[in-house]
Design a protein around this ligand. Structure first.
Ligand code: FPP
Length: 251
């Protein structure tokens, strides 16, 4: 349906089917900066530009949900000044990037434990969520202070409490019920689980990113550092996705 040409080699990138939900582990910002003799935080700044480009392109292609791993529960162990810089990114994000996203009908949402986030970070994210809440286009879903095992643990506690309160029986616990207790339960039912997960920078792990939701996702790894990931790179990942045959355990 979509045909694109790579700028230099003019190689065709043909996209038959666009994944409805793409998850991205945006890795390699620090290494990208180091290679340029810049402080690591400059990599995060360039990473924001990459995120903006990719979000607009994904929206143009018809992707419904883009869930991006912006900060994991393990990232607190980074140097204090780097954590402070990342925590300030939502403030910059709101001023510099949200207006264009809003114009493109993008809706911003968030998953993760916001209780540990600084007030300014929460305020900026809340403003982004509020400003875009009536938009009906792509959902840009930030995983911020997110950890998949913690998410599943919290879901289990809530379900156990419902059993204890005799609201449900253990026999009522189904995969759907568990899915309804995860942080992604605000997403449209059909698009809750990523069809495709992209990880940049050559690391071959999923690092506690949506462990329940990506059980059947296609995984795509690229050596590109996140700040170098662009529109063409996204289309190449989708073209690769089109080559895979998703059988969901069937034949
Ligand atoms: C991983 O690279 C990247 C991050 C931990 C942060 C990514 C965040 C953004 C790109 C923007 C988020 C935007 C908002 C609004 C919250 P790394 O530092 O682990 O790179 P390295 O592996 O090379 O060290």
């Amino acid at each position: 349906m979509f045909t694109f040409f790579k700028s230099q080699k003019q190689k065709e990138v043909h996209l038959d089917q666009v994944p409805k939900h793409i998850g991205i582990i945006m890795d390699g910002n620090g290494r990208w900066a180091k290679k340029r003799m810049q402080p690591r935080v400059m990599g995060h700044k360039a990473g924001m530009d990459a995120l903006q480009r990719v979000t607009i392109e994904a929206s143009n292609l018809g992707v419904k949900v883009l869930t991006v791993y912006a900060f994991s529960t393990e990232n607190w162990s980074r140097p204090e000044d780097e954590v402070a810089f990342i925590m300030n990114l939502p403030v910059e994000f709101f001023d510099k990037y949200v207006p264009e996203l809003h114009k493109n009908n993008v809706r911003v949402q968030m998953i993760g434990d916001s209780s540990r986030l600084p007030k300014d970070t929460i305020d900026a994210m809340t403003r982004a969520l509020e400003t875009t809440k009536h938009n009906s286009g792509l959902v840009l879903n930030f995983a911020l202070n997110y950890g998949g095992r913690a998410e599943i643990t919290e879901a289990m506690k809530a379900i156990a409490q419902d059993v204890l309160d005799a609201k449900i029986n253990p026999g009522d616990i189904t995969e759907d019920l568990i899915s309804n207790h995860l942080m992604t339960n605000h997403l449209p039912y059909l698009y809750r689980d990523p069809d495709l997960v992209i990880r940049t920078s050559g690391e071959l792990r999923t690092s506690n990113f949506l462990p329940w939701q990506i059980a059947y996702s296609e995984l795509y790894f690229t050596d590109k550092m996140w700040p170098d990931f662009d529109e063409l790179a996204l289309k190449e990942a989708i073209a690769e996705f089109n080559q895979r045959h998703r059988r969901f355990g069937g034949v």
